[in-house]
Design a protein around this ligand. Structure first.
Ligand SMILES: Cc1cc2nc3c(=O)[nH]c(=O)nc-3n(C[C@H](O)[C@H](O)[C@H](O)COP(=O)(O)OP(=O)(O)OC[C@H]3O[C@@H](n4cnc5c(N)ncnc54)[C@H](O)[C@@H]3O)c2cc1C
Length: 420
């Protein structure tokens, strides 16, 4: 038996390998690492590790001897160059690996903006990016961040803590447009400004001034000229789909198209994590998600598929982000036409925005309200009438706001995600 070859040793790939062993899979598992270092938690790259509070070895996904002990052959620093579904092989630089099942878990790469490639311009996706950026975060320096998404805002918070002057340039008229409702964007923007981050909304970059191969300043459409000792481009990611697409797999929304079993359109080839696009049962829409929850839970699902235990991927998505003293936690996905109920006191810095569509709870966006977040992971997408006016009272537990129909709760059997 050739066993399973997993390409990509991030959150998804490692979880797939771990879950395969946990479910009793006895065939060879080969995990193609991609990066030189042992597999690691990616979220700290913009938070504790970037701030110097954790060293790279402290954010490893598993201990140094874990892979060997569990019969998982890890190939750190190796890249898969091609996958051939006819011969069922994955080609590396120094040879080919045969597979019975292949799992593509190649994640995504940070987008760079045209015209910005200079020595003092950074992106942040992997360990090497984080170490390079960390070296450049010198107290007193001027950091210009292009993009007011999660990565940009987390780095802004970390950089302010380290004593840099920070400008965030966002072309939309609010922060985090794709991920959270306007009311929460406004709150986050106020918190960043209170911490000294200069946030420029609705701002286009008109011109960059470069001197000796480095960007010296950035001119905005509103006339502002931002001094720059370093620039971070935080404008999103492109899924790494090359391997699958070149082998003939179908793609959608820029990702590798998979069904609820994580199966691509190629026989015995699965895909999981940030590189995938799929139909999400809870919203009835096709999505591409970039979160640890999604990567880990898809890793578990693919292991159950390969070991013949079935089950399909039917999660309630959730995500977290840490910025200054804010622990942001989101459950569910926002939908258009929904309404919002504020739960708790916004000025106290601990509250949730409860999002409903008619009598249905569709999402909960929490700031320093961990109990609401934990409850919401069981409630979003659950059947029953949700009483939004009851939810406005923070003393009423969220679960008491859902009048569940008779019978067992549909969500109770769902797979749990990783802890933030
Ligand atoms: C700085 C940062 C902060 C984040 N913070 C949060 C957070 O707070 N909360 C949250 O939920 N999510 C967060 N995320 C998102 C989360 O980390 C990702 O959704 C998650 O890592 C996706 O896991 P993955 O395994 O699909 O991809 P990845 O973790 O990206 O792993 C993919 C791996 O595949 C490798 N690879 C690619 N191509 C090949 C190839 N051809 N051959 C071999 N290897 C290959 C890559 O080098 C990489 O190591 C953050 C992401 C970043 C970058």
């Amino acid at each position: 038996m050739s066993g399973t070859v997993i390409v990509g040793a991030g959150h998804a790939g490692v979880q797939a390998a771990v879950s395969l062993r946990q479910t009793g899979y006895g065939e060879p598992i080969r995990l193609i690492g991609g990066e030189d270092c042992p597999p690691y938690h990616r979220p700290p790259l913009s938070k504790a590790m970037l701030a110097g509070e954790k060293r790279p070895e402290q954010i490893a996904l598993r201990g140094p001897d874990f892979y060997e002990r569990n019969g998982i052959e890890l190939f750190p620093g190796a890249r898969a160059l091609a996958l051939d579904p006819a011969s069922k092989t994955v080609r590396l630089a120094d040879g080919s690996l045969a597979y019975d099942k292949a799992v593509i878990a190649t994640g995504a790469g940070a987008r760079m903006l045209a015209g910005f490639q200079r020595d003092n311009v950074f992106v942040l996706r992997n360990m090497q990016d984080a170490l390079s950026l960390q070296d450049a975060l010198i107290p007193g320096a001027n950091l210009v961040i292009v993009g007011g998404g999660f990565i940009g805002l987390e780095v802004a918070a970390t950089a302010r803590k380290l004593g840099l002057a920070v400008d965030v340039v966002e072309m939309q008229d609010r922060l985090l447009t794709r991920a959270i409702p306007a009311a929460l964007s406004d709150y986050i923007c106020r918190r960043h400004r209170a911490e000294g981050v200069r946030v420029h909304l609705g701002a286009q970059i008109e011109r960059v001034v470069a001197e000796e191969g480095r960007i010296a300043s950035v001119a905005l459409s509103n006339g502002a000229a931002l001094a720059a000792d370093l620039v971070l481009i935080g404008v999103g990611n492109a899924p790494e789909i090359g391997l699958a697409a070149e082998a003939g797999a179908s793609t959608a929304m820029g990702g590798i198209l998979v069904d609820g079993a994580m199966q691509t359109t190629l026989p015995d080839v699965y895909a999981i994590g940030d590189c995938t696009a799929f139909d999400l049962p809870v919203t009835g829409s096709r999505v591409r998600l970039e979160s640890v929850q999604n990567a880990v839970d898809q890793g578990r699902t693919v292991a159950r598929q390969i070991t013949g235990q079935g089950g399909s991927y039917d999660p309630v998505p959730w995500f977290w982000s840490d910025q200054f003293d804010m622990k942001l936690q989101m459950t569910g996905l926002s939908v258009s036409g929904s309404g919002f109920t504020v739960r708790g006191d916004v000025e106290s810095g601990s509250f949730s925005l409860v999002e409903t569509l008619g009598e249905r709870l569709v999402a909960v966006h929490s700031v320093n309200a961990v109990a609401d977040h934990m409850a919401s992971r069981r409630l979003v997408g659950a059947p029953g009438r949700f009483d939004r006016s009851a939810a406005a009272d923070p003393d009423t537990p969220l679960k008491a706001c859902l009048a569940a129909p008779a019978g067992p709760p549909r969500r109770a059997a769902r797979i749990a995600g990783a802890e933030p």
